[in-house]
Design a protein around this ligand. Structure first.
Ligand code: ADP
Ligand code: MG
Ligand code: MG
Length: 909
């Protein structure tokens, strides 16, 4: 196997201001490992540890456990020895034990998707030694029971698999709490914790038939392998697929000395952000818990407290908590532990400046000493992403190019989603308030279970709290509402990552999963009832609230302006109506790359004339019907040209098979027969005659215009006359007439001939002229091969990558739904080629077509008008292949503008 030879080190150490790795090594060490190394090297206090590389995960998948343990055993043992010497403790020692955490960490962060085990190295003897050494029995036994619970779940596979299953450990905890009449884990006595340890081991024996492993080394190898396995767990796979991360990336494993946030009231743990991940505002913020460990803050079991005083006050205001109450029960870290706060504040500052991006950090305070456990570029909403990029630019931390590269193009989509209409909001009935965890406007019907999120077209997922199992449903729901959990709860973090509206910690909600009801005060809401969420204020609103289109303003407008400064490739839009054209222009479209004329024919008043044209048996009859259509088409074009004043507009001649236009139901067939004064049978015969086995490959595209030249004539006339009419009104327009579905040069020549003759005729009639181009779509593989010959005749090329994909793969787009999803799931295809351009195959044809075309006409204008014109990776490809423009739907225009700029910047780096 090749990689075996290449790999040098499989394990990288960090700690004590030194590290084998650094932050550029994310692919090898995973994001977490690379940043732990970097932090350690720049002097941030990080507990010492080591990272097993992602390549070892790949080796594990190929070779299995035994072979991989052999490969890394010596390195792992040496690295544990290194931690021991730095910490002055010994792994498995009965008096002075070292405990470690075993943490997963892929290239990109996948919050909560994979597994971590804390306090590893614990057993019946070690716990006694730890209790004695720290003089803290409560802490030692709390750590032990946590370890068994996590190890049982992650390594021994005892985590519940579905929502019906109960976590056996949680069940034991709940029973004990009930028996003891307590609410919180922190209220357990030493005896309780010892009972828990006993009962936990017992349930492992009963459920798994295993004696819980007491040998620390056995525990360590078990956990390392479990982390590797978690890369192929259901949750991780779903998350990977959702984000398009390949399965062969693998995860690294980080093993790190434990530091303890659960040692008492002088200890704690928390999560913080250098800026607001929801709005982008430049305020340090976060949450913490005293006397807690690991996931306690995110899990939303206890109400977390705010880190800064300002944050705490804002939070109290939303939660309607009086200042005295706040200070006594929920003080900020700033107020409670000013020294720790000051130190944390200085690290957040250092780290943000070092990484030159917003950071999301984890920390733990062990008995008055602060440790940083993780930092990463924080996930953020689209709005925050735009604001942070522009702010960092203004603060001089990054330059313009870096600011543009900091924005994920697809995230702009969120800023183009509807917002609540302010007028409707004024009348809205706010039933409760929670934390504004992720901004946006969501209206939908209540569902209580993630796997039922698809029950309604628009659903709002209402949960006490969410967990990683809920991911799929969260993705489907329009918005997420939780009764528990803070701004860093699972729901909040995941929702912000997805750009989904979320309100968390709405304590006034009583949720009953059994009866499927949500009670607020004395009002009961049921599954299926409408509610609305305002993720920016935390307001929960009864019923539906009207929404409206957002505007391109503020920092978003700045980003667009900056994009245009760097972009070389232009962005046009696909628009079939003056209104589409106007919307697209307001989003910065620089012309129209595709107007589909057939959409105009489907409107009620036109379809009739269209059908008459189709049913006509003679050229004369067809011409008659076409004459009725002419004024309508001309008016449409005038509207579009006017909306796009000053820019080029590409109009495609009639493309779909005629069969799509005729009535298929008896009633409508009868109607048509009456209107046309012909027999029903005649209509039926015609419909039958137009039927094709394979319409996508049938009588369509230029094959129509070549068999019925009068159609091309009429359409040309409508276009040219519209242009002249506008010229008379002083409006400049640049029509580009586009012939669809060319496979041979002659096909184009025939059409071009008709178009030019018709245009010249009109110029004579009107004694005036306009400039226009005649070009072609390149969408049949044969046309890419003969592009040089076609370029001799055509003024421009526009790649129709939908049809080109369809014909290159031989996949009927309309039938691909039956197999494409399975292909993607099985990894036969990486992406849906109709969404993401297949650069490897179809991309070759695109490049070939451009190359051959430009070999004849070096300045041949080339663009693309398929769906791919708005998909970021494809747009970048089109830039690199030398296109003059891409054309996409109006709402994708801002995204394509940004990608156009990013592609130009990247290629100049
Ligand atoms: P995730 O990627 O899901 O956040 P992590 O590996 O970061 O998982 O760990 C989960 C929790 O355990 C985090 O809160 C982290 O800070 C905490 N943790 C991990 N390692 C240690 C350690 N060595 N000492 C104390 N806490 C730790
Ligand atoms: Mg973490
Ligand atoms: Mg086509």
């Amino acid at each position: 196997m090749e990689i075996l030879e290449e790999v040098k080190a499989r394990v990288y150490k960090f700690g004590n201001k030194k590290a084998d790795g650094n932050s550029t090594m994310k692919n090898l060490l995973g994001g977490k490992g690379a940043n732990l190394a970097e932090m350690s090297a720049i002097g941030i206090p990080v507990p010492p540890g080591f990272t097993i590389t992602t390549e070892v995960c790949t080796e594990y998948n190929l070779l299995g456990k035994d072979a991989v343990v052999d490969l890394i055993k010596a390195e792992v043992e040496a690295s544990i020895a290194n931690i021991e010497s730095l910490m002055g403790t010994t792994f498995g020692d009965k008096e002075n034990p070292l405990l470690v955490s075993v943490r997963s960490g892929a290239r990109v962060s996948m919050p909560g998707m994979m597994d971590t085990v804390l306090n590893l190295g614990m057993n019946d003897e070690v716990v006694l030694g730890l209790a004695k050494k720290t003089n803290n029995e409560l802490f030692a036994w709390d750590s032990y029971r946590r370890f068994i619970q996590m190890y049982g779940g992650v390594v021994l596979g005892m985590k519940p698999e579905s929502k019906e299953d109960i976590d056996p450990f949680e069940e034991i905890i709940e029973n004990l709490k009930e028996k003891r009449g307590i609410n919180l884990d922190t209220e357990f006595s030493v005896q309780d914790l010892q009972d828990l340890v006993f009962d936990f081991k017992d349930v492992v024996r009963k459920k798994k038939g295993l004696i819980f492993p007491s040998d620390p080394w056995e525990q360590l190898w078990g956990a390392i392998i479990a982390v590797f396995n978690s890369w192929n767990g259901d949750r991780a796979i779903y998350y990977r697929n959702m984000n398009g991360y390949p399965a062969d990336w693998g995860t690294a494993v980080n093993v790190q000395a434990m530091v303890y946030g659960n040692m008492g009231d002088n200890s704690g743990t928390g999560v913080c952000f250098t800026r607001d991940a929801g709005t982008g505002e430049n305020v340090f913020n976060g949450e913490y818990l005293i006397n807690a460990q690991g996931e306690d803050v995110v899990a939303g079991v206890r109400t977390p407290q705010q880190i800064t005083k300002l944050g705490s006050q804002r939070w109290a205001e939303l939660a309607k908590i009086e200042e005295d109450d706040r200070l006594e029960n929920y003080p900020s870290l700033e107020e409670l532990m000013p020294k720790m706060y000051k130190e944390l504040n200085s690290y957040q500052d250092i780290l943000e400046k070092h990484y030159r991006d917003m950071q999301d950090m984890e920390f733990t305070i062990q008995d008055g000493k602060l440790w940083i456990l993780q930092t990463r570029n924080g996930k953020r909403t689209g709005a925050a992403m735009v604001k942070i990029a522009m702010d960092l630019l203004k603060e001089g931390m990054i330059n313009e190019k870096e600011a543009l590269l900091l924005i994920e193009p697809n995230k702009l989509d969120e800023l183009l989603h509807p917002i609540f209409d302010p007028k409707a909001l004024k009348r809205a009935h706010v039933i409760a308030q929670g934390l504004p965890a992720s901004p946006g406007a969501a209206t939908g019907k209540i569902v209580f279970f993630a796997d039922e999120a698809d029950k309604y077209k628009n659903s709002i997922l209402v949960r006490i709290e969410t967990s990683p199992e809920d991911l799929e449903g969260m993705n489907i729901a329009k918005g997420i509402l939780t009764a528990r959990g803070g701004m860093t709860s699972h729901a909040a973090v995941v929702a912000r990552g997805m750009g989904k509206c979320c309100i968390s910690g709405a304590g006034a909600l009583k949720i009953n999963y059994k009866t499927r009801t949500l009670t607020v005060g004395n009002h009961v809401y049921h599954e299926g009832d409408w509610i609305s969420l305002n993720g920016s204020t935390g307001n929960i609103i009864e019923g539906k609230v009207a929404t409206m289109e957002p505007e391109l303003s503020g920092e978003f407008a700045e980003v667009m302006k900056l994009s245009d400064k760097y972009a070389k490739m232009k962005v046009r839009t696909n628009a079939d109506s003056p209104n589409d054209a106007k919307v697209a222009r307001s989003y910065g479209a620089q012309g129209i790359g595709l107007t589909r004329t057939e959409h105009m024919f489907f409107e009620v008043d036109r379809i009739k004339a269209m059908r008459e044209m189709i049913l006509a048996d003679t050229v004369k009859g067809r011409k008659q019907a076409l004459e009725d259509l002419l004024p309508m088409q001309r008016a449409d074009f005038e509207g579009i040209f006017e909306a796009m004043e000053g820019y080029a507009v590409t109009i495609r001649l009639l493309d779909p098979p005629l069969h799509e236009f005729v009535p298929h139901q008896l009633a409508t067939q009868k109607e048509l027969a009456e209107e046309m004064h012909i027999s029903l049978q005649a209509v039926k015969n015609k419909v039958a005659e137009l039927e094709e086995f394979n319409p996508m490959l049938g009588h369509r595209g230029c094959r129509l215009g070549n068999t019925y030249p009068e159609i091309t004539e009429m359409q040309t006339r409508a276009i040219i006359e519209a242009a002249i009419n506008l010229k008379e009104r002083g409006i400049i327009c640049k029509p580009e007439i586009m012939v669809p579905l060319i496979g041979t040069v002659k096909e184009f020549e025939f059409q071009e001939q008709i178009i030019r003759t018709t245009a010249n005729k009109i110029f004579e009639e009107r004694n005036d002229k306009v400039e226009y181009l005649v070009g072609t779509m390149i969408e049949i593989p044969r046309a890419t091969l003969l592009a040089d010959q076609i370029a001799k005749k055509a003024d421009f090329f526009s790649f129709g990558t939908n049809d080109l994909t369809q014909m290159t793969f031989g996949y009927s787009r309309d039938d691909a739904g039956k197999f494409l999803p399975i292909y993607i799931e099985k990894g036969i295809l990486k992406d849906d080629p109709f969404e993401v351009l297949d650069q490897e195959g179809v991309g070759q044809l695109v490049n070939l077509g451009i190359e051959r075309g430009r070999s004849i006409k070096p300045d041949l204008k080339v663009g693309v008008c398929g769906e791919h014109g708005g998909e970021p990776s494809s747009v970048e490809f089109f830039y690199n292949s030398g296109m003059d423009y891409v054309s996409c739907s109006p709402y994708r225009v801002p995204i394509a503008r940004l990608v156009s700029a990013q592609a130009a910047i990247k290629s100049s780096l």
